[in-house]
Design a protein around this ligand. Structure first.
Ligand code: HGY
Ligand code: MN
Ligand code: MN
Length: 416
């Protein structure tokens, strides 16, 4: 097996063009994207990705969760394939690169191999995972979670969006319920390229993050119930203000996360206020807490402390509150051999690099349960993501995709 020379690089302009082309689908209102999972825009993005992959000689397989698997054959059809990809769905105010860089960086990898007629022993499968973001349908990484056996298919199909539409119905509506059983595919390895979505790589002046671990997550849905009443004529002592309850519980989330610095984070992101009227005291509020830490004990301790202290806050204000876990994964340790392939690639190509723990969750976190997996990160400007102003440089995109190419080739084994 020949090792590729360090002059083997992807075509950075072609990758950038693909990113900008995909960004036109499901545009946001401030230069980013709103291509939420299983919407018509998601369907349009899937079809463009399928067309590009088929034009690059790949054949498509789709499973019952709509996960897209685009295969470039290897010389040994019996060899377990190397999977490489990420997700095309975005946040409602998402950026152009979160997930998309990993999918189109993988496509660019195949296009580069085609240009040079490079064959590999193992097939290479470029992958788009359904519903990574978990914003329209919680939890995040839903389809890769079904693939890894963490969620069962029926439960995943029943996940509802704010309008009450289910994953199963929406998958059917856009025509992406595939024939394949979810999780039936076996992998030799999986690699995911992703922007860091944090400030570390840029601050340290590094082109590449060699992702050794991913932090764990708890998503807790809190329902606080009080009593709707007039904001003008209800005396303060008589109020049962669910909005005030949420405010104090939000403070509590922040206080708990700050207790566990520097390796813990906590915030609320989603909240529904009922009836959400200017002159009605909120009778009910539903909101989601997002706790994360690379350390499992810390993560579970934050959840436990929050759950223990919520009833006291509610009682003080004459409210009731329930806390339900709606998303979870333990901290992840990625596969050493795959991580080494990433580090070797960065070293060979002369890209500055550092080991890093992923702050965000990724499909790779679940796939790592069923196959050797690793991630490659590139910086993003000001560490900003989940914001339409998310930005990367062409150089960072090139560095990430070059390292992805060489790491995948180490696993897929070049034949000639
Ligand atoms: O929530 C996450 O970490 C990912 O962006 N879905
Ligand atoms: Mn992502
Ligand atoms: Mn994201």
């Amino acid at each position: 097996m020949t090792a590729p020379g360090k002059n083997l690089r992807i075509d950075a302009d072609r990758l950038w063009d693909a990113l900008m082309e995909m960004a036109k689908i499901g545009p946001g209102v401030a230069g980013g994207n709103n291509r939420q999972s299983l919407t018509d825009a998601d369907n349009e993005g899937r079809k463009l990705f399928q067309a590009w992959c088929e034009a690059a000689g790949m054949s498509m397989g789709v499973d019952a969760m709509g996960n897209m698997f685009m295969t470039r054959p290897g010389t040994d059809p019996d060899a377990l394939p190397v999977y490489v990809g990420s997700h095309l769905d975005t946040q409602p105010t998402g950026g152009k690169y979160d997930g998309v860089l990993g999918v189109l960086g993988a496509l660019e990898l195949v296009r580069t191999l085609n240009d040079l007629n490079i064959r590999t022993k193992r097939p290479i499968v470029v992958t788009n995972w359904t519903n990574e973001e978990g914003t329209r349908f919680a939890p995040a990484m839903l389809a890769s979670g079904v693939f890894a056996g963490v969620h069962d298919l029926d439960w995943a199909y029943e996940r509802k969006d704010a309008e009450g539409r289910t994953v199963g119905d929406e998958l059917k509506r856009i025509g992406w319920v595939g024939e394949e059983e979810v999780g039936a595919r076996k992998m030799h390895a999986m690699f995911e390229l992703h922007i860091e979505q944090g400030p570390i790589l840029e601050a340290e002046g590094k082109d590449i993050g060699v992702v050794t671990h991913g932090q764990g997550l708890w998503w807790l849905e809190v329902t606080v119930t009080g009593k709707e009443s007039h904001t003008g004529s209800t005396p303060m002592p008589m109020r049962r203000n669910a909005g005030l309850g949420m405010a104090r519980m939000t403070e509590l989330v922040h206080e708990i996360a700050m207790k566990h610095q520097p390796r813990a984070v906590g915030a609320i992101g989603h909240c529904d206020v009922h009836p959400n009227s200017r002159n009605v005291i909120p009778g009910k509020v539903v909101f989601t807490v997002d706790f994360r830490s690379p350390d499992r004990e810390t993560l579970d301790a934050m959840k436990a402390e929050f759950e223990a202290r919520v009833p006291g806050i509610a009682e003080d204000l004459g409210l009731t509150a329930t806390v339900e876990a709606v998303g979870h994964f333990d901290p992840v340790t990625f596969d050493e051999t795959c991580v080494k392939a990433v580090r070797n690639a960065a070293e060979k190509l002369g890209y500055s690099h550092m080991d890093i723990i992923s702050g965000a969750g990724h499909d790779a976190c679940w796939v790592n349960k069923v196959a050797p997996t690793a991630m490659i990160m590139c910086p993003c400007v000001d560490g900003l993501s989940h914001n339409e102003a998310e930005e990367i440089t062409r150089e960072w995109a090139q560095a990430g995709a070059d390292v992805l190419l060489h790491a995948v080739l180490e696993a897929a084994e070049i034949v000639d």
